[in-house]
Ligand binder design. Structure first.
Ligand code: ARG
Length: 461
């Protein structure tokens, strides 16, 4: 037999440099278990169609099991000359069971085989990511519950705006990661489609039952067009886009933790086990974990752009360019998994500086909107109230005091509508608890949001 399974028409050997250049084994060996599982289902399909005998199927399946154990236990030799994982396994099968191995590659090609492997890999990993995301959501809800009464300044434009509950802020991330999980679950529908048996591009002449293969491999759907089956990488792009959005959320949370743990803010402290020091400045404790997560977002966005660019000009159907799909996919799966894991471990240990946050929330006129609302309740039109409070703030700034630190007499010089009850009205508790509109920061609202989340996350309790 010739050296490569495809070199029958070739008159010279592949150049060494081309072998190295075209090989993908270093990357795609990660697919081996899916490749073997797919081949086993394929053999059963061939047997059912009477293309191979029961004995042949049994021999080949046994051979594949031996190979799986070898790779599992690092007893398998990889070489660039065999290009990819599919050819490695087939070549080894030939050694293991003899000539009958040459029957395995009937009614399929590597074009449908590789995309089957990737789909199986991705559905597994999306499943794992969903489990990890669920853990992260639990950790966020537990953190919000533990800190339900902690008050902090809420920001717009990174300028202190109105007081909010820290738990409300944390629950905003719960909502983001919840959507990420939903998007990922939705991706699964498009990933979970069985392409095998489409062969190179046009389908196969053999009477195979593709639905049977799908059933064996647990695919709810069989791809409907053979050309699309071997050329479609939308499911990878869609996953990478979903991962990219999720990394945006991680990156924003990271940015906040980096700011909050600075001495300027001092709202939180990163636990020692999740921080590092400086080799030159002994006083330093650096938020490396959030920084790295923020940095890794860039590589995930890059992987999405790689895939979009890879696919955008490819004529139908399979093109070898597509071999380049695995590196960005694997990298993003690894990166996202690592980020979810590290955050799930770190967040429960975050040190919350309640007093610093509370103090920051009672400075900087965060109750100015509420003073305007107070005047509106007393009958003043909002525009006028806004101007009146503006003047009061100007006066307080001059005196170096907050609105609630002015005397009643001072406040009354700006509006006679102000009465003694203004002070209670401007207290941080009231400011927060008046925001009772659905989704607002009032304590009862946040407690209800936490309860809804708990019912979602722990439905059996
Ligand atoms: N290693 C190839 C890939 O990852 C497998 C498919 C090869 N097909 C081909 N016609 N050369 O895409």
């Amino acid at each position: 037999m010739s050296e490569k399974p495809w070199d029958g028409r070739f008159s010279e050997k592949t150049h060494r440099i081309v072998e190295t250049f075209t090989a993908s084994i270093d990357v795609d060996k990660r697919l081996y278990s899916y490749d073997i599982e797919g081949s086993i289902a394929h053999l059963k399909t061939l047997e059912k169609a009477k293309i191979i005998s029961e004995d042949e199927a049994a021999t080949l399946i046994q051979g594949l099991a031996v190979i799986k154990r070898e790779i599992d236990h690092d007893r398998f030799e990889f070489a660039d000359s065999l290009e990819d994982i599919h050819m490695h396994i087939e070549a080894r099968l030939l050694q293991e069971v003899g000539k009958v191995a040459q029957k395995l590659h009937t009614a399929r090609s590597r074009n449908d085989q590789v995309v089957l492997d990737v789909r199986m890999y991705l559905r597994d990993h999306v499943g794992q990511l969903l489990t990890h995301l669920q853990e992260l959501k639990k950790v966020l809800v537990a953190l919000a519950k533990d800190t339900i009464d902690v008050v902090m300044p809420g920001y717009t434009h990174l300028q202190p705006a109105q007081p909010v509950l820290f738990s409300h802020h944390i629950m905003s991330y719960y909502e983001m990661f919840k959507r990420d999980g939903e998007r990922m679950t939705d991706c699964l529908k498009r990933i979970n489609v069985m392409p095998l048996g489409c062969a190179a591009l046009a389908g196969t002449t053999y009477p195979i039952d593709r639905h049977f293969t799908a059933e064996l491999l647990g695919f709810p759907e069989v791809s409907a067009n053979s050309m699309d089956s071997v050329a479609d990488r939308d499911f990878i792009i869609e996953f990478l886009a979903t991962a990219g959005i999720c990394m945006v959320h991680f990156s924003r949370l990271s940015e906040e933790l980096i700011l909050w743990s600075s001495s300027e803010f001092g709202f939180v402290e990163i636990p020692d086990a999740f921080a590092t020091g400086s080799s030159i400045m002994p006083q330093k404790k650096n938020p490396d974990v959030p920084e790295l997560v923020r940095g890794k977002a860039g590589s995930v966005f890059g992987d999405l752009i790689s895939m979009l660019t890879l696919m955008k000009s490819l004529p139908m159907a399979y093109n070898r360019d597509m071999q380049e799909d695995k590196l960005p996919l694997f990298r993003t799966v690894d990166t996202l998994t690592a980020c979810v894991e590290v955050y799930t471990a770190m967040l429960p240990r975050l040190i919350i500086k309640e007093n610093v946050m509370q103090a920051a929330a009672t400075r900087g006129f965060l109750n100015a909107t509420d003073m305007a609302d107070y005047l509106v309740v007393q009958g003043m039109p909002f525009r006028k109230a806004h101007a009146c409070v503006g003047k009061t703030v100007g006066f307080a700034l001059e005196k170096g005091r907050e609105l609630h630190e002015l005397t009643l007499a001072e406040l009354q010089t700006f509006s006679a509508l102000v009465k003694e009850d203004i002070f209670e009205f401007l207290s941080i508790e009231q400011v927060i608890n008046r925001r009772r509109s659905f989704g607002g920061t009032a304590t009862d609202n946040v407690a209800a949001a936490i309860e809804t989340a708990e019912q979602d996350l722990w439905p059996e309790d």
